[in-house]
Design a protein around this ligand. Structure first.
Ligand SMILES: Cc1cc2nc3c(=O)[nH]c(=O)nc-3n(C[C@H](O)[C@H](O)[C@H](O)COP(=O)(O)OP(=O)(O)OC[C@H]3O[C@@H](n4cnc5c(N)ncnc54)[C@H](O)[C@@H]3O)c2cc1C
Length: 425
């Protein structure tokens, strides 16, 4: 099989544009490169991104930037110039404008529109290029019931808007929405998973009915480990209800960075066997986006790390779970969520067919998505929709990921040889 992995990986690599740009380089080539090496600068940039939507004026924004940069010990000429600019009123205006434009520009690479209507143009362009989509309404970590109600209402509205528009597109694509449990309830507590589950269920149930009536797919994302039990309980519980025994199409996410993920997969497959539901549950396999959070939380409590601490361990586990998932078809439908050529080529080689889906994040996996679509591999782009404030947590996760030295996209952008990129973990 390794020969097939290498062959498919090389073919995919060859079909990518010659110089795949680093997805977050739009922010500032040098700043991003430096941020990957310098922890203090990285922190300063994240604080800036975090504070941008709350700044009332360019002056205000530049003042923050100046203060954040003053914590960076090692200053390049560009940084020193930026700090000098922050000392004068005129300088601050220019610096603030540049920073605001940069943050917005970067956000727009990942976020396809402020509303579902806004997003339709991009979704249609992807559809015309053979790329399927799933829409994610930005917003997470809800703190009040009113906020959770608003999120659920936005989801219902998005399902209607998207299904209405897509019905007239060639091939009548299925509407696909990804939702987050932390946005559906303010009551997520790891020590009381039933509380959050029941509260979220009251908002997810009507969404499932709407999705079923519209022939849409509803996917429940997976967040940090403290919400795992609630999320599994919620999805299993609702899909077992008589009303949903044969629809809508639904799915959940398995995170390969979790040491316990092989057992989680066992639980999911046992449930699928018992439930005998049609259409089968879709499992999106990803590595996991909350690694820093999990490690710090464990350290704080003196627990052992729930996630793998070496990238190779995580990648090997991803491949093992890929094979188990593909072997379990047609009990489940399989989606491989990764931008890593090796992980994707491994899945395609093992599947030996196209009865799987590859999923990528908009703004990060665009080139890969187009290369896969050309090979007639079903591929779906995850498209966040919302405003800059709602998008900050999402944006910061993507930045963290892309300035991490071991990230595949970082290695690829640094020009690593294809043999290195495709090496078995
Ligand atoms: C369509 C789609 C949907 C997604 N949905 C979710 C979701 O619901 N929940 C979620 O958590 N994530 C989700 N993600 C994000 C995903 O978990 C990854 O963060 C992201 O895809 C990067 O992984 P990669 O395979 O593309 O890149 P790679 O560079 O191959 O892998 C990066 C990942 O490897 C792991 N890693 C990095 N360094 C180490 C280390 N030292 N030790 C152990 N592990 C390490 C981390 O998980 C890191 O995110 C989604 C991704 C996609 C494409």
């Amino acid at each position: 099989m390794e020969e097939d992995v290498q062959r498919i990986g090389r073919e995919l690599a060859d079909s990518l544009p010659r110089r795949t740009r680093h997805p977050v380089k739009a922010f500032d080539d040098r700043a991003m490169e430096l941020a990957s090496r310098d922890g203090e600068l990285r922190a300063a940039l994240f604080r800036l991104v975090d504070v941008t939507p709350a700044c009332r004026s360019l002056d205000d924004l530049a003042r923050h930037l100046g203060e954040y940069l003053s914590e960076v010990d090692e200053r390049t000429p560009t940084l020193s110039a930026a700090m000098r600019a922050a000392d004068s009123r005129a300088g601050r205006k220019a610096l603030g404008a540049a920073a605001a434009t940069a943050v917005r520009h970067m956000a727009h690479r990942f976020i396809v529109g402020e509303s579902p209507e806004d997003a339709l143009k991009t979704l249609r362009a992807l559809h015309d290029d053979g790329v399927l989509t799933t829409v994610d309404l930005l917003g997470e970590a809800t703190v009040s019931s009113a906020e959770a109600d608003r999120y659920a209402a936005r989801c219902a509205d998005a399902l209607q808007t998207l299904a209405g528009a897509m019905a007239s597109w060639p091939g009548e694509p299925e509407t696909n929405l990804s939702v987050k449990v932390s946005a559906l309830t303010p009551a997520l507590r790891p020590e009381a998973p039933d509380l959050g589950r029941d509260d979220a269920a009251a908002r997810l149930r009507p969404l499932l009915s709407t999705a079923r009536d519209l022939g849409a797919h509803l996917h429940v994302d997976m967040e940090s480990l403290d919400s795992l039990e609630t999320t599994l309980g919620l999805v299993f519980g609702l899909l077992e209800e008589d009303e949903f025994s044969d629809g809508p199409s639904a799915g959940l996410v398995l995170q390969a960075y979790l040491r316990d993920s092989p057992d989680e997969l066992g639980r999911i497959l046992d449930w699928a066997r018992r439930a005998e539901r049609t259409p089968p549950l879709t499992i999106r396999l990803v590595k996991g986006a909350y690694s820093d959070h999990e490690l710090i939380e464990a350290q704080q409590h003196g627990w052992s790390a729930p996630v793998f601490e070496s990238k190779a361990d995580c990648d090997r586990n991803f491949e093992e779970l890929t094979r188990r998932l593909l072997d379990a078809r047609p009990l489940v439908r399989v989606a491989i969520g990764s931008h890593n050529l090796r992980s994707v080529a491994h899945a395609l080689a093992y599947a030996g067919d196209t009865d799987l889906e590859v999923q990528v994040l908009r703004g990060l996996g665009d080139d890969l998505a187009h290369a896969l679509a050309k090979r007639n591999v079903p591929v779906r782009a995850y498209c966040p929709v919302g405003d800059l404030v709602a998008g900050m947590a999402y944006l910061v996760r993507r930045l963290l990921e892309n300035t991490a030295n071991e990230s595949f996209l970082h290695e690829q952008a640094r020009g690593a040889a294809v043999e290195e990129l495709l090496a078995a973990p």
